[in-house]
Design a protein around this ligand. Structure first.
Ligand SMILES: NC(=O)c1ccc[n+]([C@@H]2O[C@H](COP(=O)([O-])OP(=O)(O)OC[C@H]3O[C@@H](n4cnc5c(N)ncnc54)[C@H](OP(=O)(O)O)[C@@H]3O)[C@@H](O)[C@H]2O)c1
Length: 260
């Protein structure tokens, strides 16, 4: 029997790489999407070692034409995608007035527009087959207005709200939709965003990329709407959600003062 196929965006490093390799080990073939083709080829090599075949799509998900290319692959009925993982994303630390507008628009294009369009394409394809699963990567930062990480936290709040609503829309079709909201996880994310690897975040709050990947995929398998990896992060998310807005803003402002 043919192996099911999982498409993972941002599979060239960090959490996406770990998700892709865990899916490869659990019997999936892969479609790997990101900009760095050499890194995708490295991940494909690791997947081959556990028996998975990989297709590589080099795509910049801030660009409409590249998003359309990935949508086209998702909608290809001859090679159905069983699992879509919208993991590609990034954030730039800094005050909004100090960041250039084009960069902010790029971040929104990758974190919001691409996630929306690829989720839509996947649900269209999966609903007609009455099976499939979508995993979208949000962030613990989505639970707070986060001064200094203002646009990033807002894009991740969008992903969380969008994905929770889609979870309900997808139910009648038998399609699973899960949002994972990781806390601080040392990966390439920190360097891209202008942060140091742990940025002074206490060790108890740190999670590894592999742990996030494992917990996210277990939640997807179990049909959960939302998962926050790490017990302390999960507890924080609970409390943050219950707080009045003024307190949330003050905690966000404290968080943005962690040494970079
Ligand atoms: N690390 C954390 O603390 C943390 C916490 C919460 C949420 N997250 C989220 O987790 C996800 C994965 O991040 P990570 O921590 O694993 O960081 P990472 O190692 O920097 O991985 C980010 C991935 O996104 C891809 N990507 C970035 N911009 C892209 C673009 N324009 N087009 C296509 N692909 C693009 C990168 O690939 P290329 O550079 O090859 O294109 C890379 O594979 C992100 O959505 C991030 O917001 C991370």
């Amino acid at each position: 029997m043919a192996r099911p196929i999982a498409l993972v965006t941002g599979a060239s490093s960090g959490i996406g790489e770990r998700i892709a390799l865990r899916l490869a080990s659990s019997g999936h073939d892969l479609v790997l999407v990101a900009r760095r083709g050499d890194e995708l080829a490295r991940v494909a090599g690791l997947a081959t070692a556990v028996g998975a075949a990989s297709e590589i799509i080099v795509a910049d998900l801030s660009q409409a034409a590249d998003v359309a290319k990935v949508e086209g692959r998702i909608l290809d009925a001859d090679r159905p995608i069983e699992i879509l993982v919208n993991n590609a994303g990034y954030g730039r630390f800094g005050k909004l007035t100090e960041l250039d507008g084009a960069g902010e628009a790029n971040e929104i294009a990758v974190n919001v527009v691409a996630v929306t369009l690829l989720s839509r394409a996947a649900l269209v394809a999966m609903a007609s087959r009455k099976r499939g699963a979508i995993l979208n990567v949000s962030s613990l930062a989505s639970f707070l207005p986060f001064p200094g990480f203002t646009t990033y936290a807002a894009t991740k709040a969008y992903i969380r709200s969008f994905t929770l609503a889609l979870h309900e829309e997808a139910k009648p079709f038998g399609v699973k939709v899960t949002c994972v909201a990781p806390g601080f996880t040392p990966t390439g994310f920190q360097e891209r965003g202008g942060l140091s690897p742990t940025s002074g975040v206490p060790g108890l709050l740190l999670t590894s990329a592999d742990m996030v990947a494992r917990i996210a995929l277990e939640a997807l398998r179990d049909g959960r709407a939302l998962v926050v990896p790490g017990w302390l992060n999960a507890l924080s998310a609970r409390f943050l959600g219950l707080m009045p807005s003024g307190l949330q803003r003050r905690i966000g402002a404290i968080g943005s003062r962690f040494p970079r």
